[in-house]
Design a protein around this ligand. Structure first.
Ligand code: TYD
Length: 209
């Protein structure tokens, strides 16, 4: 019998190093002989990637906030049904760059729709699937915005929102982690890649077979 798959989500604001750290964790798990799928949201499947384009570069006027939340939930439902659940059923580990807590923090918190609405959409769309552990990368905003600027490129429709919106996102993530200390690992994202990676490994070691 193979061991059950595990589902790890990386969360945090923009520029916190989620995708780099996700890749480093995947390499470390593969080195232990585990089968790992790395994916991201919004996206991860052809259908969800098509919705991603609609969300990050809206045609016409900006989406009303309810439509935005529905599109994120629709993309997630496709991703969960076609990629995440089948991978977990095979016994793979899934590492996902952002998941439902991004919708809770961005659309529910900063966007003002509230947590019950987002949780209800997730219950309907994805049967309420939760990660086994959420790695929340936290850092001071000045250091993170410097990292973001160094990365360059034009901001997408959500990244380009005012600093106040992004502060509300960070506060929402913090509140979720405080309310569920078992489900979330708060990781200090300031430091070398190797330092941050070591903190993340220590935060998931109890899930290893
Ligand atoms: P992405 O380029 O993946 O951002 P990052 O590199 O910071 O992770 O773009 C995703 C954007 O979409 C990001 O601004 C966060 C936002 N987002 C939401 O608002 N709600 C969600 O449910 C998800 C998954 C992402």
């Amino acid at each position: 019998m193979s061991t059950p798959g595990r589902f790890i989500a990386f969360e945090g604001g923009e520029g916190a190093g989620k995708s780099t750290q996700g890749r480093l964790l995947a390499e470390a798990l593969r080195a232990r002989g585990l089968s790992v799928v790395v994916t991201r949201e919004p996206g991860g499947t052809p259908g969800a990637e098509a919705i991603r384009a609609l969300l990050l570069d809206p045609p016409g006027e900006a989406w009303p906030s309810q439509a935005e939340a529905l599109l994120f939930a629709a993309a997630r439902a496709d991703h969960v049904a076609h990629l995440i659940r089948p991978a977990l059923a095979r016994g793979d580990w899934v590492i996902c760059d952002r998941f439902v807590d991004s919708s809770r923090a961005y659309q529910g918190g900063a966007g003002g729709l509230g947590d019950p609405a987002i949780t209800a959409l997730h219950a309907f769309g994805s049967d309420g699937l939760r990660p086994d552990r959420v790695i929340l990368l936290e850092g001071d905003e000045i250091a993170l915005s410097a990292r973001l600027e160094a990365r360059g490129g034009a901001a997408d429709a959500i990244e380009g929102r005012p600093a106040e919106y992004h502060r509300a996102v960070a506060a929402a993530f913090r509140a979720f982690a405080e309310a569920d200390p078992e489900g979330f690992a708060r990781i200090d994202a300031i430091g070398t890649q190797a330092d941050v990676h070591a903190r993340i490994l220590a935060a998931i070691v109890d899930l290893l077979p």
